[in-house]
Design a protein around this ligand. Structure first.
Ligand SMILES: [Zn+2]
Ligand SMILES: [Zn+2]
Ligand SMILES: [Zn+2]
Ligand SMILES: [Zn+2]
Ligand SMILES: [Zn+2]
Ligand SMILES: [Zn+2]
Length: 237
């Protein structure tokens, strides 16, 4: 089979080499931050950049996102030589150096690519009577009673508020869901706060009720990315 290379806007300075990663590979996709073991992707050996096939195809150079409606967000690299600690404005977890984020440089707004898949509206078994909408405000989480960062899910009627991905492991969107990944119901135990790995957000996105919302919002275009997340979480065990 011929060697295949492609250009990608996320890393325009070099051609990326199509790569079949071994099942023991310890590399991580620089877009979605889950592992690439046993999957196909694109790699720059010079810069140690890896991108899943599905992530290279799905994520676009710019996005419009409801959590920052004022400006277009552009896929950008976290500078390698920067001493600032970058974190995602939605889930508050870190954005590791060299990884990609969607950024509004003008406002300093950053979001993990995976976090741009979060639905604007969810239903939670913790507050089943109403929809929860992601909106900016302040307060404490009704599930874990810790402080909320600006963006969180809340009920417009009851003042019920939830972390985007609650650190308590509370099942924001579907306790007892039959998830796409058999590991996805395991809660947040494996993820440490500030982890550079996307385990927690990936598990959250794989819950059945979120899957349905994401597929509806993207016209099922994100399905290959969700499949990659399910495979990556399975391989982790
Ligand atoms: Zn990926
Ligand atoms: Zn490179
Ligand atoms: Zn995030
Ligand atoms: Zn902005
Ligand atoms: Zn309510
Ligand atoms: Zn919480």
């Amino acid at each position: 089979m011929a060697t295949r290379q492609r250009r990608h806007f996320a890393h325009p300075q070099h051609l990326l080499l199509r790569t079949h990663y071994s099942t023991t590979s310890s590399h991580f996709c620089d877009i979605c931050r889950t592992n690439v073991a046993g999957m196909v992707g694109y790699r720059c050996n010079t810069c140690d950049i890896d991108i899943h096939d599905a992530c290279a195809d799905y994520f676009e150079e710019t996005v419009s996102f409801f959590a920052h409606p004022w400006h277009t967000l552009t896929l950008s690299t976290i500078p390698d030589d920067d001493t600032n600690r970058w974190s995602c404005d939605l889930c508050t977890e870190s954005c590791p150096r060299g990884s990609f984020v969607y950024r509004c440089a003008q406002c300093g707004f950053d979001a993990h690519p995976l976090c741009t898949l979060l639905p604007q509206t969810i239903r939670s078994p913790l507050h089943p009577q109403h929809d929860l909408n992601m909106a900016p405000s302040w307060g404490t989480c009704s599930a874990c009673h810790q402080g909320l960062n600006m963006w969180h899910y809340r009920c417009g009627f009851c003042l019920y508020k939830l972390h985007v991905v609650c650190p308590s492991g509370a099942a924001n969107a579907g306790q007892g869901d039959t998830s796409r990944s058999h590991n996805a119901g395991a809660g947040a135990a494996a993820a440490t706060p500030g982890s550079s790995r996307a385990t927690r957000i990936a598990k959250f996105l794989l819950r059945t009720s979120l899957n349905i919302a994401i597929n509806a919002a993207t016209g099922a275009l994100a399905t290959p990315v969700l499949d990659v997340l399910a495979t990556a979480l399975d391989d982790q065990e």
